[in-house]
Design a binder for this molecule. Structure first.
Ligand SMILES: Nc1ncnc2c1ncn2[C@@H]1O[C@H](COP(=O)(O)OP(=O)(O)OP(=O)(O)O)[C@@H](O)[C@H]1O
Length: 215
């Protein structure tokens, strides 16, 4: 499903955030990306999501060469992806449920179905009672949970999560990890970057150090 061949990424004026990374991730895998701060975990996720482009090598996602993808083709590629990032980019001119509805509106769900799914997703992350709130009125951890609901609401086949539980207290972190594992059992491919060793069980671990895959 995802293949990287000799992939490097150098940010303008920087050093190599990733160098010569070659790996394959099969459909349905649960993968944990680990490594020190600055090891390149976020960069790897951004390359797979076409948020950044590699400076060398080739990346395939669902048989598309995304290293060379046209900007206009990116939304099409992302329609089956759920993205969870630390800077969650919620829309502050929409309330919580409207944020979660967005991917469903784009996918063309009827209003009735979309609301039912969005409410179910908010319930899963424990925020149904805040559906009408503006995201700006929520704590960082609550905003992160809205972001998780928005990422999973359209049941993507590929879920990319960069430190998804970083802002959350233990109880929520455990629940969110359980939710990801349930998606994995249902066949979703999941890539999660994490510092939290305790979150890692029964998945594959890809360990990065200074931009290289160590194991
Ligand atoms: N937009 C950018 N411009 C310049 N350098 C960047 C940029 N983003 C990341 N880097 C650099 O690339 C390297 C890898 O960063 P990356 O964010 O991928 O690491 P990480 O493993 O996700 O770290 P953390 O666990 O702290 O989030 C670091 O040296 C970082 O400073």
């Amino acid at each position: 499903m995802i293949g990287l061949e000799k992939v490097s990424k150098r940010y303008p004026g920087g050093h190599d955030a990733l160098s010569n990374v070659t790996l394959e991730i099969e459909a349905g895998e649960l993968v944990f990306l680990t490594g020190h701060s600055g090891a390149g975990k976020s960069t790897l996720i951004k390359l797979i999501a076409s948020i950044e482009r590699p400076t060398g090598g080739t990346i395939y996602v669902n048989n598309h060469n995304v290293s060379k993808i046209r900007r206009a083709a990116i939304p099409y590629l992302r329609r089956n992806m759920g993205l969870i990032f630390q800077d969650h980019k919620l829309l502050f001119d929409r309330n919580v449920i409207q944020n979660v509805l967005l991917p469903l509106e784009i996918a063309g769900y009827s209003r009735h179905d979309a609301y039912a799914r969005a409410r179910a997703a908010l319930d899963k992350v424990g925020l149904l009672q805040r559906e009408k709130a503006n995201p700006i009125a929520l704590s960082g951890g609550e905003q992160q949970r809205v972001c998780i609901a928005r990422a999973v609401v359209s049941r993507p086949t590929l879920l990319l999560a960069d430190e998804p539980t970083g802002n959350l207290d233990n109880a929520y972190a455990t629940e969110i990890m359980q939710m990801f594992k349930a998606f994995h059992q249902a066949g979703t491919t999941i890539i999660i970057s994490t510092h939290d060793q305790s979150a890692i069980d029964n998945g594959r671990v890809i360990h990065l150090e200074h931009g290289k895959v160590i194991s």
